[in-house]
Ligand binder design. Structure first.
Ligand code: PFF
Length: 449
């Protein structure tokens, strides 16, 4: 049996877990949501959701992972004899696997756009809509892109927790933050910056309705990568002196900052080019290449650099998230079935790679293959993000807030009595009442809204 991994430093642990959270959701989905729900008012509601719903769930996952130091399935098995609760871990690892299968497809797109942008193919005025559809509709390009991406993920995971995942995060996360900083500085020079700035920072409360609140909650949950086994698994590698509450603040802080900064990159460009800020998910792959060209029409070199950096940013964000989806499944196979880490990682890479081919083709040759009216890609997204994740979130909060031995929870949060936990009562209140109720509302809205 191989020795169990652990993170080498607290900074490494924070950067790795923040890498799990920071993903395409921050750069792609968050600005789209802000755009559709009226700007700054949505951001304020989002912040409240992160603090009152997301962070309590995150800390609950940390308590489970670090108190057992096991993979997500082993952890719940150790904490409960009841088969209902024991199955939360199965659900977490299962959903990580399913998300990996389709997340890697869009991640492959970021790789393709990164390479195309370096090759100068995203330069000048051209039909970017046709460019996108030719790519995703091809029978081989999105497949190769997804599989190459998966091999990069494999290459990191197979090297282990400290030497692979932590080391890669310590390089990639600072790089990601630097790139986003550079992009924000570049966007100061765009003529649409004041408008973009106003849109992001002046709240328009007339746009706030139930839908905006529930969307903000759903987005915070998705963005923090909750309820999918990743954070339980990562926290099982935390050292005994990691302060769980403080760590959750840092992770939520980095995640939210990247999301808001992405808004400062995207909206000034969008207003400069005169495009509507609620262009939807096609924003990143169809609208933005055009927008970058228009925004820097006087200096083509700047548009080349700007778009290259932007797609590199997307690539890095997608990579750290995919690693956090691969690792819970690899850890489970290796710890519960005694496989070597290398072998376990290969099983995950090959099976998920195979399934991802179906998802990659669902914008082209397999477009007509509909299950319940949805393409394979949409089906995976719906079942995981809309059904299983919220359900997992409720179960985790109920388990930690009501089922788990309260003393064990307190000991874990206080590092066996060595730390003061001034927010313990508030946290318990949130985990017992506020978070589960809020998640149930999002769930109902997503299903029937
Ligand atoms: N948190 C990631 C993002 O914001 O893109 C998305 C994500 C990854 C969600 C992994 C869920 C998940 F299990």
């Amino acid at each position: 049996m191989e020795k169990r991994g652990s993170f080498g430093s607290k900074l490494g642990a924070v950067l790795t877990a923040a890498g799990a959270a920071v993903g395409l959701g921050n750069i792609w989905r968050f600005p789209t949501e802000v755009g559709t729900h009226g700007g700054a008012a949505f951001i304020l509601i989002y912040l409240a959701c992160v603090v009152f719903v997301g962070m309590p769930v995150m800390v609950s996952e940390f308590v489970i992972g670090r108190s057992t130091r096991k993979n997500a399935i082993g952890a719940f098995r150790q904490l409960s004899d009841n088969c209902f609760w024991r199955n939360i871990g199965v659900q977490g690892v299962g959903v990580a696997f399913l998300i990996l299968c389709y997340y890697v497809v869009v991640s492959g797109w970021t790789l393709f756009y990164g390479v195309s942008s370096l090759a100068g193919q995203l330069q000048g005025a051209r039909d970017y809509e046709a460019f996108f559809h030719d790519f995703v509709g091809s029978w081989w390009m999105p497949v190769v892109a997804a599989l190459v991406f998966m091999l990069v993920v494999h290459w990191v995971v197979v090297r282990g927790v400290k030497e692979g995942i932590e080391r890669a995060s310590k390089v990639m996360m600072p790089m990601l933050l630097l790139i986003i900083g550079l992009l924000v500085i570049c966007s100061f020079s765009m003529s649409g910056f004041p408008q973009g700035f106003d849109f992001l920072l002046k709240p328009d409360f007339s746009k706030v309705n139930v839908d905006a609140v529930l969307s903000a909650m759903g987005q915070s949950f998705y963005s923090l990568s909750l309820a999918m086994g990743g954070l339980v698994t990562y926290s099982s590698y935390f050292t005994g002196d990691t302060n769980l509450m403080k760590t959750s603040f840092s992770i939520a802080g980095v995640d939210t900052s990247v999301a808001i900064l992405s808004g400062f990159v995207i909206f000034p460009a969008v207003f400069t080019a005169g495009v509507s800020p609620d262009a939807g998910p096609s924003l990143v792959f169809i609208t933005l290449p055009n927008v970058f060209n228009m925004a820097f029409s006087q200096v083509p070199l700047l548009s080349y650099i700007f778009s290259g950096l932007f797609y590199l940013l997307l690539f890095l964000a997608a990579l750290t998230s995919c690693i956090s989806l691969h690792e819970p499944v690899t850890a489970y196979l290796s710890e519960e079935y005694g496989l070597s880490r290398r072998r376990a990682a290969w099983v995950v890479t090959s099976v998920a790679g195979l399934v991802s081919v179906g998802c990659a083709l669902s914008f082209g040759p397999l477009k007509g293959l509909l299950i319940g009216g949805m393409s394979l890609f949409d089906l995976f997204d719906f079942v995981t993000a809309k059904l299983i994740l919220p359900l997992g979130g409720v179960l985790i909060t109920v388990f930690v807030g009501r089922v788990m031995d309260r003393r064990l929870v307190e000991q874990e949060l206080s590092n066996q009595g060595r730390l003061r936990v001034p927010l313990l009562r508030v946290w318990l209140l949130l985990v017992r009442w506020v978070s589960p109720a809020a998640i149930v509302l999002v769930f109902i809205n997503e299903l029937f809204g």
